[in-house]
Design a protein around this ligand. Structure first.
Ligand SMILES: CCCCCCCCCCCC(=O)SCCNC(=O)CCNC(=O)[C@H](O)C(C)(C)COP(=O)(O)OP(=O)(O)OC[C@H]1O[C@@H](n2cnc3c(N)ncnc32)[C@H](O)[C@@H]1OP(=O)(O)O
Length: 223
């Protein structure tokens, strides 16, 4: 796995995010517009030409490979290409995760780009979001962990629209952290998941002890 330090200040992170987050939102809007547009074929082709021009201008300077997760020296992570929460990634669902001890949560509105069965959220998208949430809940004390096993149970279809996702640590055993997560709409839970998260060797927490939280208050960004 790649690891790199990018030694910038929190203010510089904010400045960069203020540029890229609106861009990413515009690209999400573009995706939604393409899916739902009912304009003529000529207009669709004109749109393609315009989009191709924008892509060409962005490609004049590109980094090789993925974005990775650079960290500042204060261990603020910048996972801006991340498939679930990347600030530069319009494919990622629009998640803004809040975290507190052993808990991660977010409200979101999912539109046409996240559809599986007609009018409903794709099961893979639900699993993606819950995977992210269990990872964030397991990491709130600063202990990094990978998803070892994620068991997802789809209780009923999840309609597109306003949703809530929530994950809570239920126990720890050596390097394993057990997390329960739910995806809910206004009528209650639609999907639930249980995860066994595994911390890399050398990162064990002594029983009953906890590492200090990451040295920042940007809990929704340091993935
Ligand atoms: C501030 C930062 C914010 C950070 C916020 C971060 C949010 C990230 C959210 C995204 C999370 C992801 O998608 S992560 C990406 C998807 N996951 C992966 O790619 C993981 C791929 N797998 C691996 O790298 C590895 O298999 C590991 C690390 C999971 C385990 O390898 P290992 O460390 O060698 O494990 P090992 O010594 O054999 O076993 C240790 C203990 O774990 C158990 N164990 C081992 N593998 C598994 C498993 N898959 N499922 C269940 N349990 C397992 C063993 O039985 C054992 O239990 P016992 O005998 O001790 O009882």
């Amino acid at each position: 796995m790649d690891f790199r330090i990018e030694d910038i200040t929190p203010e510089e992170i904010d400045r960069r995010l203020a540029v890229v987050e609106p861009l990413t939102d515009s690209v999400r809007d573009l995706v939604d517009a393409v899916i739902r547009s009912q304009v003529s074929d000529d207009e669709l082709q004109a749109a393609k030409a315009t989009i191709d021009e924008v892509v060409a201008s962005l490609r004049t300077r590109q980094r090789p490979g993925g974005f990775g997760t650079p960290y500042t020296r204060e261990f603020i992570g910048m996972p801006w290409g991340n498939a679930a929460v990347g600030a530069r990634n319009a494919i990622a669902p629009p998640l803004r995760v809040t975290r507190s001890a052993g808990l991660a949560e977010c409200d979101m509105v999912l539109g046409a780009a996240y559809e599986g069965p007609g009018g409903c959220v794709h099961g893979g998208v639900a699993a993606l979001m819950l995977d992210q949430l269990v990872g964030e809940a397991a990491s709130t004390d600063g202990l990094p962990s990978f998803t070892g096993t994620l068991t997802v149970k789809y209780l009923r279809p999840t309609r597109l629209g306003a949703l809530n996702a929530r994950a809570e640590v239920t126990g720890r055993e050596g390097r394993k952290t057990f997390v329960h997560a739910t995806l809910s709409d206004d009528d209650g839970v639609t999907v639930e998941a249980d995860a066994i998260m595994i911390s890399p060797k050398g990162f064990e927490l002594p029983t009953g002890d906890a590492l200090p939280p990451p040295a920042n208050s940007r809990a929704d960004r340091d993935v």
